[in-house]
Design a binder for this molecule. Structure first.
Ligand code: UDP
Length: 321
């Protein structure tokens, strides 16, 4: 297959590019490198089936030749970006999604939208099933992401209904692993970097809020299955790990696995921070025969090792070794 991956320089996108190349596909990666990094796919640049186009999905991008599948992942997605880059995020998920849907329509390609558990907002239904409509503050600090992803979903379904475009929507829950940015601001990279540097671990609120963390290779497997399984046009599927943990538990586990002397410090809870989040993955199990297989502890260990390496490099550069 000829596949386009937008956001292919990002954390999830670059793992997806790796996997698609491994599976024998041709990959065209589009990224403006605003939050992703070339280092994430440096090893693919010489590969003859990999091509990188440094462009912004908000611009019209022409692609020569056939395309059978578009994976649309491009968007800043970390809560620390929501204040500074709100307009950027709103436009990427609206105009960018429109442009990529048009590309898929012209090429008669399948279209997979990387959506998010954020469409459920601070959920009143627990665990969250795909049929739940969500509880989103439309004007809060997270709304730039939540509402633009909801818009992207609506636009994707409109293309499906009006043009018969073969679309699939993945609602991605918290995902972690190597290649997350160290300054990404999310819980897992923050806690790991703080633990490895023996700095205080910053728990927001009292740490009783929950999340469900999926390891990157499991998530990528789900994305590939969702895109490559036939007869799933118009389907919306939760992808995530249903093992629910409190943020304080995750902080303690990371501290232990990293062998850290850090202490916990409690900071104010950000506005509209969801209290609970856990996917119901019955649908993915049924139609994709998919479920996560990597235990949290194992995934965290691999991620800690990754950060240990990159922090060592940074320290040696600083000291001129
Ligand atoms: N969080 C925290 N300390 C941090 C970063 C995040 O306690 O240094 C909390 C955050 O308030 C939220 C949870 O961890 O309750 C997960 O946050 P993250 O930014 O990883 O993703 P979210 O699920 O909020 O999009």
């Amino acid at each position: 297959m000829n596949v386009v991956v937008t956001g292919g320089a990002g954390f999830i996108g670059s793992w997806l590019c790796d996997r698609l190349i491994e599976n024998g596909h041709r990959v065209i990666c589009i990224d403006n490198l605003s939050s992703g990094s070339k280092e994430n796919f440096q090893h693919l640049l010489r590969h003859k089936r990999f091509k990188f186009i440094e462009r912004d999905v908000r611009d019209l991008i022409g692609i020569k030749g056939p395309v059978e599948c578009v994976f649309h992942l491009a968007s800043k997605a970390s809560p620390i970006d929501f204040r500074e880059h709100a307009i950027d995020i709103l436009l990427t998920n609206s105009l960018g999604t429109l442009n990529m849907l048009e590309l898929a329509r012209k090429k008669k390609a399948r279209f997979l939208l990387a959506s998010t558990s954020e469409v459920y907002g601070d959920p009143k239904e627990h665990p969250q099933r795909e049929s739940y409509w969500g509880n989103v503050n439309p004007v809060g600090v997270r709304s730039c992401y939540d509402e633009s992803k909801r818009f992207a979903e609506a636009l994707t379904m409109a293309y499906h209904r009006k043009y018969g475009l073969d679309v699939r929507i993945a609602r991605i829950f918290n995902t972690f692993g190597p290649r997350m940015r160290r300054d990404d601001g999310r819980a897992v990279p923050n806690f790991i970097v703080q633990a490895l540097e023996d700095r205080p671990i910053t728990v927001y609120g009292d740490g009783t809020q929950t999340r469900s963390f999926c390891y990157i290779t499991d998530l990528v497997e789900g994305l590939v299955r969702l895109a490559t399984t036939d007869a799933l046009g118009g389907e919306i599927v939760n992808l995530g790990n249903p093992q629910e943990v409190s943020i304080l538990e995750v902080a303690n586990l990371i501290k232990k696995l990293a062998g850290s002397r850090s202490r916990m410090v409690f900071k104010p809870l950000p506005q509209d921070d969801p209290v609970r989040r856990k996917p119901d993955i019955s649908k993915a199990k049924e139609i994709l025969r998919w479920k996560p297989v990597t235990p949290l502890r194992e995934g965290l260990q691999a991620t800690i090792e990754y950060f240990r390496k990159i922090l060592k490099v940074n320290i040696s550069i600083r000291h001129g070794y």
